[in-house]
Ligand binder design. Structure first.
Ligand code: ADP
Ligand code: MG
Length: 257
């Protein structure tokens, strides 16, 4: 068995005096998909943001517990080390791509910036890699798309551009915080299928945040259920659906359409 890529233990996060994450723990191996589920406000995003320490300080207090990435402790790690991981070995995508894409820059410029964040490439290598990336995420007419601005793209295409940016440096871990919530059902399915295919092809692990249990059932290997910052249940996906242990999980499954 391979070693965990990411191991979160006894994670606690406070915002001022309020405890918003309290004792979350899970571990994720290379190529695996772990879903974090729970209703709005249950601490999913805060857990995800804790990994790269992107919490809104000073309002948030520094997380307590342990977050090991390939055995290296990230909590309290030097800012330079975290910057090295960010966007290189660990990438994130969020719910609404317009907040992460710069409206004033073309697709080409934004993708090029992501590409050059951690390595030097010449012009020809950049061009080739840009076309490969758009192909990887299934964007047709890549030359034309590269010249366009975010507002000229549909929501689904914008999300694909975001994924292309996140994949630019072939991360080992992708943190996807409700990556498809803002999209319609067909596009949602396409994006999730794409992430699954990329996961297999690149052996990339995914921390998938969602409140959709159908998505969990179809795409995740393991599930962590959060409620008001507490970890209610942590299980293999098939087992959670077959034999949920916690009453809260049973209620959640019963409420599913
Ligand atoms: P989820 O992603 O599960 O919907 P969050 O992780 O965003 O929930 O939030 C967990 C809790 O932390 C919520 O009670 C929320 O109000 C609080 N919280 C999140 N971000 C902030 C912030 N910037 N300032 C104050 N409280 C916050
Ligand atoms: Mg959230």
């Amino acid at each position: 068995m391979s070693q965990p890529l990411l191991q979160v233990s006894n994670l606690h996060v406070n915002f001022a005096d309020k405890q918003v994450v309290c004792g979350v723990e899970f571990s994720l191996k290379p190529g695996q998909c772990l879903a974090l589920v729970g209703e709005s406000g249950s601490g999913k995003s805060v857990t995800a943001l804790s990994i790269l320490q992107l919490l809104p300080y000073p309002h948030a207090q520094h997380p307590k517990g342990s977050i090991l990435y390939q055995g290296q402790e990230l909590l309290g790690a030097a800012p330079g080390d975290l910057r090295q991981l960010r966007g290189n070995r660990i990438s994130m995508i969020f719910q609404e791509p317009m907040t992460s894409l710069n409206p004033l820059h073309t697709v080409e410029k934004q993708l090029t910036e992501s590409l050059l964040l951690h390595r030097k490439l010449n012009r020809q290598q950049i061009q080739q890699r840009l076309l490969e990336l758009l192909d990887l995420v299934g964007i047709p007419q890549p030359e034309r798309r590269l010249r366009q601005y975010p507002h000229e793209l549909s929501g689904g295409l914008r999300q694909r551009v975001m994924i292309a940016m996140a994949l630019a440096n072939e991360p080992e871990l992708l943190i996807a915080d409700e990556p498809t919530t803002a999209l319609d059902v067909t596009i949602q399915k396409q994006i999730l299928e794409l992430l699954t295919e990329l996961r297999q092809r690149l052996n990339m692990a995914i921390l998938l945040i969602t409140h959709d249990l159908n998505v969990v059932r179809r795409y995740a290997d393991q599930v962590c259920v959060l409620y008001q910052g507490q970890q209610i249940e942590y299980q293999e996906c098939a087992k959670l659906f077959a034999q949920p242990q916690a009453q809260y999980t049973r209620d959640l499954l019963a409420a599913e359409p």
